[in-house]
Ligand binder design. Sequence first.
Ligand SMILES: Cc1cc2nc3c(=O)[nH]c(=O)nc-3n(C[C@H](O)[C@H](O)[C@H](O)COP(=O)(O)OP(=O)(O)OC[C@H]3O[C@@H](n4cnc5c(N)ncnc54)[C@H](O)[C@@H]3O)c2cc1C
Length: 500
Amino acid sequence: MSEPLASHSRHRPCRVRDVPRWDLDTEIAIVGFGAAGASAAIEAAGAGARVTLFEAASGHGGTSALSGGEIYLGGSGGTPIQRSAGFSDETEDFYQYLLMAGGPDADAAKCRLYAEQSLAHYEWLVAQGVVYKNSFVPQRIVEPFTDDCLLWSGSEEAWPFCESARPCPRGHTPQWMGLGGGKFLMDALARRVQALGVELRFDTRAVALIADDANRVRGLVVREGGVDRYVRARRGVILCAGGFIMNKAMLQQHAPHMLRANTPIGTVDDGSGILLGQSVGGHAIHMNEGFVTLPWYPPESLIKGIMINEQGQRFINEDGYHGRTAQMILQQRGTRFWLLADGGIFKEPEFSEFAKLRIGAAAESWEELEAELELPAGSLTATVALYNRHAAEGRDPLFRKQPKWLKPLTQPPFVALDCRIDFCTYFTFTLGGLDTSVRGEVLTASREPVAGLYAAGRTSSGLPRWGAGYSSGLSLADATFFGRQAGLAAARREPAGDGT
Ligand SMILES: Cc1cc2nc3c(=O)[nH]c(=O)nc-3n(C[C@H](O)[C@H](O)[C@H](O)COP(=O)(O)OP(=O)(O)OC[C@H]3O[C@@H](n4cnc5c(N)ncnc54)[C@H](O)[C@@H]3O)c2cc1C
């Protein structure tokens, strides 16, 4: 007869004295087999530690396997692909860009370490079996439909980013035909995890941490086949369980504005990693921040258009990353937004089906279009007239869009691409999580490490922590690189003995 389930909770630890028995004994217990967990496991096992990986799903991958697999890489003069495309990416430029992308509270230590070691991280990824084609896509796209590699994947060329850091494309997509290179990335990492002899426990969910009275983490309670098992983790526990975009109550509490975006993207992402960390004193930061996007370009000619709100006003330089535009949309009043284009630049967006992007109105004059959109008389027309006057002079004194994207919008027909927030598909995932050191140690509110506890990926608040600065590839860069740091740090920690 199976014993009744104890009432373990992600919100409070199971105390060591309450552990009825140790069912499993390992050195490092990792929660979650996405990019962060796999990278942590590879480094920890490679350093000689005994590692057990617990995954709630029946296979590896997590959200990482659904992704484009694009990783933000550069610095140290550039990866071979950047150099071959004619770019030299200096570490200082990369660092400055990461700082800006991280926003007003960027983690300077993480940005510095990643900028300095990103080239070595590229080499590490290649050594794990991730293949990159030596090719560059010069046009502004979201993700390649081909197997090409290097992309402009952020706001590198746009103001204000271009003023602090010399622009360089840094998005590296694995050689995989079509969208969804994340599966290829995860399969490569998973093969390596298996080759290193990591013990894998699928269909097994972490339900509580085990800690002593001083909140030193000693292990984990996992639920497997409906039975609670008590896992001793002698060197530590690494939480890599993703973010909390699927947990509506947490969104309501921490990031209610993100509920305006209608399409959460992820798999489990129920916040369990963050809650487990908080249960022993881990401090969660930037919980209000998230990635949001509406992929309104490509084609890149649409970047020459102007984005307006329902007051008929511009609010952003349209040449930044599409996620930056969407982030600014989220912060506007009202739900109606349009991208205005003229006959010279308008082409159907490549993701029109996917993102439900449709023409909201078309007319032979801007006045007619304004009336058709039922905007206050003179609002849209004044915005377009001012923009056109400046564009003809090759400048945008209001929002500093770069000259290469400036063109007066004077050629009929005039088109309003409907970007309504309550209709189009706005994709979103969370960026807030546990505060961690550069070694992946989970930190308390006073930034002391919680002994024996590490976190990485979207369970932590890492390089990407500001929606308005997010660049494609930053989440997986952070998950893989700082997952590795957590794995190494845990493997170096002195193991706890039987009496502790
Ligand atoms: C369509 C799409 C495209 C994207 N494209 C990119 C891109 O190109 N580049 C980029 O940088 N980012 C991209 N992202 C974002 C990126 O994929 C994620 O932010 C990143 O993969 C998170 O990695 P992770 O290791 O933290 O989490 P995950 O990969 O989600 O791994 C977490 C794992 O933990 C498991 N788990 C959760 N709770 C528990 C529990 N209690 N017990 C046991 N296991 C648990 C989950 O099942 C999951 O397998 C994209 C996302 C999507 C959805």
